[in-house]
Design a protein around this ligand. Structure first.
Ligand code: ADP
Ligand code: MG
Length: 248
């Protein structure tokens, strides 16, 4: 994909909000840590895409994010890099009770389909190589038992489709009380597929005190009323990024 990547170089990005952390030009400018930087090199990501240039510093600075961007703009790394980075730091601060039956991930990435959640999982594993950060995927349409076995081995970042995650929560095998980072990928597609009730149920489960300690990132190709409503319900003091031409 390096060959046709140049097409994205010049995509304009519009940022709006208060005190917006400035964009970077290179990965070297961002405090991602040594291992993550090695992995970026290994992935042959030479420089950040426009959305990555803007989004990564915003999330690293602790802000919520609403980003409208088309497919192929590099959203996965835009949310995975700061999440992996944050999880690495938080794991040192939080002592998570071991041996529990209930998995308590620190980060949750929601995606509409099995294919998309698997893609995110594969890519995130490359980014987190040798960091020790455990990433697990859970989606519907396959036996839940194998996925329970996967999360039992420990999970820092859970990538899931909304339906399967609700199922796991209801069976008390996953708890969202420790979630510090939430990313909703392709939110417009999730709503088109009728996942809004599940998404709302999931977000209700994760408000750990004190309020405002969770960081939320919402990604969508389009920005219709329903997505604007989600943004105002789930995000606080957020930066809005419009990458390229945004449809509604
Ligand atoms: P989106 O989720 O916005 O559709 P992806 O995150 O899947 O886009 O990225 C599209 C493709 O571009 C993927 O193959 C990904 O590995 C690649 N890619 C992402 N960021 C970079 C980068 N900074 N440099 C080179 N390739 C990249
Ligand atoms: Mg994507």
């Amino acid at each position: 994909n390096e060959t046709n990547f140049g097409a994205y170089e010049d995509i304009p990005v519009q940022a709006s909000g208060e005190n917006i952390p400035p964009p970077v030009q290179t990965f070297a400018e961002i405090d991602l840590g040594h291992v993550l930087k090695q992995n970026i090199k290994r992935c042959k990501f030479l420089k950040p895409t426009p959305i990555q240039r803007h989004a990564i510093p915003i999330v690293i600075a602790g802000r919520d994010l609403m980003a409208c961007a088309q497919t192929g703009s590099g959203k996965t790394a835009a949310f995975c890099f700061p999440i992996i980075c944050g999880v690495l730091k938080d794991r040192l601060l939080l002592s998570i009770p071991g041996g529990s039956q209930v998995a308590c991930p620190l980060a949750l990435i929601l995606a509409p389909t099995r294919e998309l959640s698997c893609q995110i999982h594969e890519e995130a594993k490359k980014f987190a190589y040798r960091t020790g950060v455990k990433i697990v995927v859970a989606y519907g349409g396959t036996p839940i038992s194998q996925q329970f076995r996967n999360i039992e081995k420990g999970v820092d970042i859970l990538v899931a489709t909304p339906g399967r995650l609700v199922d796991m929560i209801e069976r008390a095998r996953v708890s969202l009380r420790m979630i510090k980072y939430l990313a909703l990928d392709e939110a417009d597609r999730m709503l088109d597929m009728g996942f809004e009730p599940q998404i709302r149920k999931i977000v209700e489960k994760m408000d750990m005190p004190p309020p405002g300690t969770r960081q939320t990132m919402l990604f969508s190709a389009t920005f219709p009323d329903e997505i604007q409503k989600l943004a105002s319900d789930f995000l606080s003091d957020y930066v809005f990024l419009a990458v390229g031409r945004v449809g509604s």
